[in-house]
Write a protein that binds this ligand. Structure first.
Ligand code: GDP
Length: 369
């Protein structure tokens, strides 16, 4: 059979050997096997492990429509460290009249001093502001298992016999979550995991039987273009994504001072009384303080070197910095650089300018911690 006619026996996707992260990838060395399985189905079958592949917009819309038409419980996973960047575009449309549980993942990255109740309220309010009120909010670490018992119990309670759809953007930890859920709660043998071709799309939904009548469906991750992750190489991502609990760095700044967050973010304290700025970024990310009047020159000279990432050879490929102006009044606020981290600014009138590569979300919110 010609290679371009081959399909994966597991999911029916057209086989290709060019893009290891794409749908239907089979390494050249495995093309001659009798039963050809794509990388995703291979991992599912042999390791009971779920991997996500990116999905085209048409397929995504089709799946959304079908979920909205189904009577089910929706579990939406977001990355607590990048709420705006991981908010699912079209969540309202996707969920229809169904109940939604909002799950904030990667709680292990936040300092232990984080007030969980406040954080949950903030997530609840923010999702309402973004147009989708949720039924309940949970904080978990799919990596360490924290909060998973409580969530599993709540899913069982809220679903009242219905199917469950787990949805989320790429990078929020959805695969990690599903894999843990299976290992931890279903005492999973791989035969309860099946894939069923989703009608009209190139991709199967992976489903896990819950009770004979209903199933839990893992849906494809959706790309949110506002995520910083899309602009960075794997190597650069390693330096920006926090891996362990964040240790905040505190800077006492007077006005006309600037902070750089490697070469990926910048915050100018334009005017206001001197105060502390608390930076929540990966412990490995370099923070540099300078005078506002020298900031442009410091950036030009040092981006890709002292201010790294971006790596030197890529600095010209990153979109140029875009400026966002903010006014602080009598509330403690966080200036958020989507996917990178945030800076907590003490209350009192102040003028700030924040910069990030064009396309990366920069916003201000009531302080979380
Ligand atoms: P998906 O694209 O949503 O399926 O995300 P993955 O499960 O592949 O996870 C994306 C990245 O986040 C990986 O580097 C994971 O190791 C990491 N990750 C997932 N869950 C957690 C968590 O609870 N805590 C931390 N610190 N990292 C996590």
């Amino acid at each position: 059979m010609a290679k371009d006619k081959m399909i994966c026996l597991g999911c029916g996707a057209a086989v290709q050997s060019e893009d290891p992260n794409g749908i239907g990838f089979v390494p050249v060395s495995a093309l001659n096997r009798e039963a050809v399985l794509c990388k995703r189905c291979f991992r599912l079958k042999h390791y009971g492990e779920v991997a996500h592949v990116p999905l085209g917009d048409d397929d995504y819309l089709k799946i959304i429509q079908d979920i909205a038409d189904t009577d089910a419980l929706i579990v939406n996973i977001v990355d607590i460290f990048d709420f705006t960047g991981s908010w699912l575009p079209g969540l309202r449309r996707l969920t229809g009249g169904n109940k939604v549980l909002l799950v904030g993942n990667k709680i292990d990255l936040l300092p232990k001093s984080t007030n969980a109740t406040k954080l949950k309220h903030w997530l609840y309010r923010s999702s309402k502001e973004l147009g989708r009120k949720v039924e309940d909010v949970f904080l978990i670490s799919a990596q360490t298992g924290e909060g998973m018992d409580e969530l599993a119990e709540a899913i069982e309670r809220y679903r009242s016999g219905k199917d469950v759809y787990v949805v989320g953007c790429t990078n929020v930890g959805k695969s990690t979550f599903i894999n843990r859920l299976l290992r931890q709660f279903a005492g999973i043998q791989s035969d309860v995991i099946t894939t069923s071709l989703h009608p009209g799309t190139t991709l199967n939904l992976i489903d896990f039987e819950l009770d004979g009548q209903s199933a839990l469906y893992d849906t494809p991750g959706v790309v949110n273009r506002r995520q910083m992750a899309h602009l960075l190489t794997t190597n650069e991502l390693k330096q920006t994504m926090p891996k362990t609990e964040i240790k905040p760095k505190v800077y006492q700044l007077s006005d006309r001072q600037t902070l750089f967050f490697a070469g990926l973010g910048r915050l100018d304290f334009v005017n206001g009384e001197a105060r502390s700025f608390v930076c929540y970024f990966s412990n490995e990310l370099y923070v540099h303080r300078t005078k506002l009047e020298k900031a442009d020159e410091v950036y030009e000279r040092n981006v890709g070197e002292m201010l790294r990432p971006p790596e030197k050879e890529r600095k010209d490929r990153l979109p140029a910095f875009k400026k966002h102006d903010f006014t602080v009044k009598n509330k403690k606020v966080d200036v958020v650089f989507s996917g990178l981290g945030w800076v907590t600014v003490q209350p009192g009138t102040a003028q700030l300018s924040a910069y990030a590569p064009e396309g990366v979300g920069v916003s201000i919110r009531e302080s979380l911690i």
